[in-house]
Write a protein that binds this ligand. Structure first.
Ligand SMILES: Cc1cc2nc3c(=O)[nH]c(=O)nc-3n(C[C@H](O)[C@H](O)[C@H](O)COP(=O)(O)OP(=O)(O)OC[C@H]3O[C@@H](n4cnc5c(N)ncnc54)[C@H](O)[C@@H]3O)c2cc1C
Length: 428
């Protein structure tokens, strides 16, 4: 028999995953705490805030969260060649993450969740059928108990290991500047800059966020990059022919930095006493680093599982693990597969891919028709089939072989087992 506890569920971390989990749990009648280490929700921000329309529909998100709407994309090869695609309908909105996270936490509070700020948790332990979390609140020791913890700590969680979870993941490091007075040709078109020199292990970007503003950033994989992200971002701003033109009158308004668990082992995200959601669970697409939409889906499923678990259903935690995989497990595997292959591409491979897309209207219209930044796997097979047409064989055979050779390894353990430089430690 379990001892009485302070809450039914304690949600750790008030990002999108935590806010959604706490709001759903509270709406289902659970005594819910939402715990955040910072004095203010949403700060410091790290994210570009691109969120697919799917999320707005599925979670009935209000229009006031929207800063900008995106319908196109431009991919720049290392040699400067550009391939542009434009969908018939918008793909994503851009949100202000601080406003978004606060809105979610406010919804949770309105539904009855207790929001505890300036509370940093350091450990969790199982005690007589309940879980106790330990940390500090306003500089003083803090402890609370619950039937279940939903861990939404983000990319570098500390609590899961204290309950015996093995976290194996590869973190990439991101840095971006929010800039004003940016000269944009198409305000609904984010730009992606590829290259082993400019962004080893990932890419650089310019994300228009409305009112002549843009977030200009770079993510790099520390195992592939010789320098810190600042070096690559400075080089992009000064040296890239398109970026330097767009930013000639621009000034920096804010700096944002963070890390993304692009390749993560997701063998177990639920066991006695704890469910992992969002970045803590590695719910991130390894191609784009996008994690908000899947975090929201997983958070809602986790809260539903928590309600069943508190009601006595001991299978609910394993069911959570199955349910999120049914919803988007295939996307995580497909994007891990693409990331492993992309990390092996040379600049010549990237130039060939972008030049082929730029020159081939049929390939572009396949991307425009099937491309969906939330569900990228829908494009992968048709894209490879088209790229293997005789006309492209000479230029694309190399990159496609890399996708097959390295990418297929991702089918095993989401790519983690295929990677040498994956740390058992979250903080490398
Ligand atoms: C540079 C960059 C750009 C990105 N751009 C996009 C994008 O455009 N679109 C997209 O979908 N995704 C993007 N992402 C990824 C996205 O930010 C994450 O997937 C998303 O924030 C995950 O949400 P979360 O709630 O799991 O974690 P987080 O948003 O990281 O929230 C975790 C919260 O937990 C708190 N916390 C952590 N540990 C503790 C603790 N022990 N005690 C108390 N509180 C704690 C933190 O303070 C934080 O508030 C980007 C990431 C980076 C780094």
């Amino acid at each position: 028999m379990s001892t009485p506890h302070d809450f039914d569920v304690i949600v750790v971390g008030a990002g999108p995953a935590g806010g959604m989990a706490a709001g759903t749990a509270a709406a289902m009648g659970l005594r819910t705490a939402l715990i955040e280490e910072h004095p203010e929700i949403g700060a410091p921000a790290h994210c570009s805030g691109k969120l697919q329309l799917h999320a707005f529909r599925e979670f009935h998100l209000p229009q006031h969260l929207i800063l900008n709407t995106l319908q196109a994309g431009a991919f720049y090869a290392p040699d400067g060649t550009v391939a542009r695609v434009r969908r018939a309908v918008p793909d994503s909105h851009v949100v202000d993450r601080a406003v978004f996270d606060r809105w979610l936490a406010h919804q949770a509070q309105e539904r009855g969740a207790e929001v505890l700020l300036q509370t940093r948790l350091r450990a969790a332990e199982r005690v007589n059928g309940t879980v106790r979390v330990l940390g500090e609140r306003n500089g003083k020791p803090f402890a609370a108990t619950a039937a279940l913890i939903i861990d939404a700590e983000g990319a570098r969680p500390v609590l899961p290991r204290t309950l015996g979870f093995q976290l194996r993941r590869r973190l990439i490091l991101g840095l971006q500047y929010q800039m004003v007075d940016v000269d944009l040709d198409e305000p609904d078109c984010p730009e992606i800059y590829l290259g082993t020199e400019s962004a080893p292990g990932f890419f650089a970007w310019l994300m228009p966020i409305g009112d002549r503003r843009a977030r200009v950033g770079v993510c790099v994989d520390p195992h592939l990059a010789g320098r810190a992200p600042l070096h690559y971002l400075d080089s992009l701003l000064r040296g890239h022919h398109v970026v330097s033109r767009r930013l000639r009158r621009a000034r920096i308004e804010r700096k944002l930095a963070g890390s993304i668990p692009v390749l993560a082992s997701r063998r177990s995200t639920g066991r006695e006493g704890m469910l992992l959601v969002g970045d803590a669970a590695g719910h991130v697409k390894a191609t784009s680093g996008g994690g908000i939409y899947f975090s929201l889906i997983a958070a809602r499923l986790a809260a539903e599982a928590a309600a069943s678990y508190v009601g006595g259903d001991r299978d609910a935690l394993a069911r959570y693990d199955r349910r999120w995989r049914e919803r988007f497990g295939r996307e995580l595997r497909a994007t891990a597969m693409a990331r492993l292959a992309l990390n092996r591409m040379t600049d010549a491979d990237l130039n060939a891919i972008v030049a082929t897309i730029a020159a081939d209207g049929r390939l572009r219209s396949t991307i425009e028709r099937l491309g969906d930044t939330a569900f990228q796997s829908r494009l992968l097979a048709p894209f490879i089939t088209q790229a293997l047409r005789p006309a492209h064989l000479a230029t694309l055979a190399g990159p496609v072989l890399k996708i097959l050779r390295y990418g297929l390894r991702a089918l095993w353990d989401d790519g983690i087992s295929a990677e040498e430089n994956v740390s058992d430690e979250v903080n490398p």
